[in-house]
Ligand binder design. Sequence first.
Ligand code: ADP
Ligand code: MG
Length: 306
Amino acid sequence: MNAVGVQSVALMGTVVSIEVVGCATQPPLESEREDAVARAFDWFRRVEETCSRFDEQSELRQLSTCIGTPVPVSELLYEAVQFALAVAAETGGAFDPTVGHRMEARGFNRNYRSRRAANTPLAPGGPATFRDVRLDPAARTITLLRPLVLDLGAVAKGLAVDLAARELRPWENFAINAGGDLYLGGHKDQGRPWSIGIRHPRQPQELIETVQVSDCAVCTSGDYERPSPDPAAGHHLMDPRTGAAATACASATVLAPSAMVADVLATAAFVLGPAAGLRLLERHGVEGMLVTPAVERFATRGMRHE
Ligand code: ADP
Ligand code: MG
């Protein structure tokens, strides 16, 4: 095997790292690997250009300017919104990709590059919900039934990781780390699976769990990740049913074959809390672990120790 070092690039408001270990049998050409890694990083740029809530030019923000008419959108945006809306319906709105405007109001409104603040003017009225968005799969259009700001903050990174992983698949053994949202292809070395530490939500230097995975995404939503600049507003995981920061969990980690699924379900389970969160993960046939603020652990069957 022919390992290359880890390459890291600042993208999507975080640091994205890619490590290609390579495959033992019939490795593709060395020059192809460089191109594949470049294409993998490019997906993060493409997904950000498409899905960013903080960039007025993004396809997502452009869509937000058209109310009441079906807007033809890219496959990328359609796929992200479609999955987010499905999980919104399934969770009764505990997960809801229409929280953008309320996230802005809670202080999560700055473009991390330009530091410019977005304060989208919206007509007064109660908060928008996922029921205010209509999809037409045949025409691949999205219709916003009222003014709202879509927020794919819990979807986009996972989607980009999946697309990047597709580029690296011919190398079998590789790791993608998008600010703690991971995809681990194949094995680390000598046939050993990747060993991934899950951070203790209250002891930053400690791990609360370690998992061995292969061809698997591992995504975590934690209340320690992104505090609002306004201390009264709390962290970045909102319960749309109350409008306040969700408090039942301190962290939620999901293991799934797709990073988009793991990313969304981690956020959804975090907001739902341990009991309903675990049921959601079990319905989707994925493994995961939820940790409460009192550091009680709730895990799916495959992650329990007994
Ligand atoms: P991170 O960005 O730290 O990986 P997550 O993947 O959990 O965290 O995504 C959190 C982001 O999801 C928030 O920054 C916000 O944009 C969005 N979000 C927050 N609460 C909800 C919710 N209840 N439903 C859908 N999206 C949410
Ligand atoms: Mg995430």
